[in-house]
Design a protein around this ligand. Structure first.
Ligand SMILES: N[C@@H](CCC(=O)N[C@@H](CS)C(=O)NCC(=O)O)C(=O)O
Length: 236
């Protein structure tokens, strides 16, 4: 794929943006990173909406053909991860050809949006960012829902990691990248892993055990620390 330039539009504070960046870093896929700060509402700017992603979310990619200048645009992190895994020469385990194995990865990727993404991402978003980005504040009762959802979600993930080394088997896949980039956002909640030791072990191995992953998450760690100082320890 040295005939195209890959541009990734994203925010280091955004879990799905980091999953796409992580995949490229771990597979030595060259890219140009264009930072789009959600907290500054840059994802709503006319230029971004008209030229990159009408859905007003990050991440998004544009692949530009070096010869013709033709552009291929894509958004939704899981669609991007699947596309990159299929279009680049990467090891099979990321998104296996074997239909049974691939189905396991697909199950996780679909489940993710309703469960982990809600339990962690939406929880944090509603608590800390929706008031800034959209001017909408949630009540304590609305926020309590997320504690219930989180337990249900993390219990299932813990069970999967008790049975397998990674979420979808004994090899790492794009499901692990999507999941771990979301779970580590739990730093904003000071998430206590006492009930989920396997999950903690898996998270720490993937993030802290890999210099690229650790580096990629440093801006978010700083951001979470600042948020904790500003808002204090959230009641879960
Ligand atoms: N399902 C999408 C989720 C993307 C998403 O929610 N991105 C957030 C940042 S993490 C965003 O751009 N939010 C814009 C907004 O809240 O207006 C994906 O996986 O790419």
């Amino acid at each position: 794929m040295d005939t195209v330039t890959l541009k990734i539009y994203g925010d280091y504070a955004s879990q799905p943006s980091r999953a796409v960046l992580a995949f490229c870093k771990l597979n030595n896929i060259p890219y140009d990173f264009q930072e789009v700060r959600v907290g500054k509402r840059e994802h709503m700017a006319d230029e971004y909406v008209q030229k990159v992603n009408p859905a007003m979310i990050v991440p998004a990619i544009i692949e530009v053909d070096k010869k013709t200048g033709e552009e291929f645009k894509l958004f939704e992190s899981h669609a991007i991860l699947r596309y990159l895994a299929r279009s680049r020469k990467v090891a099979d385990h990321w998104y296996p050809q074997d239909l049974d194995k691939r189905s396991q990865v697909d199950i996780y990727l679909d489940w993710h949006h309703t469960f982990l993404r809600q339990a962690i991402g939406f929880h944090i978003y509603k608590r800390f960012f929706a008031p800034i980005v959209h001017g909408i504040k949630s009540t304590d009762d609305e926020l309590k829902f997320y504690a219930v959802w989180m337990k249900r979600t993390l219990d299932l993930m813990e069970r999967r990691l008790t049975e397998n080394k990674y979420l979808c088997g004994d090899e790492i896949s794009i499901a692990d990248l999507s999941a771990v980039c979301e779970l580590i956002q739990g730093k904003f909640l000071n998430l206590d892993f006492a009930k989920w030791p396997k999950l903690k072990e898996w998270q720490d191995k993937l993030i802290y055990g890999n210099p690229d992953m650790h580096e990629l998450h440093k801006p978010m760690f700083k951001f979470a620390e600042l948020s904790m100082k500003k808002h204090g320890q959230p009641k879960l």
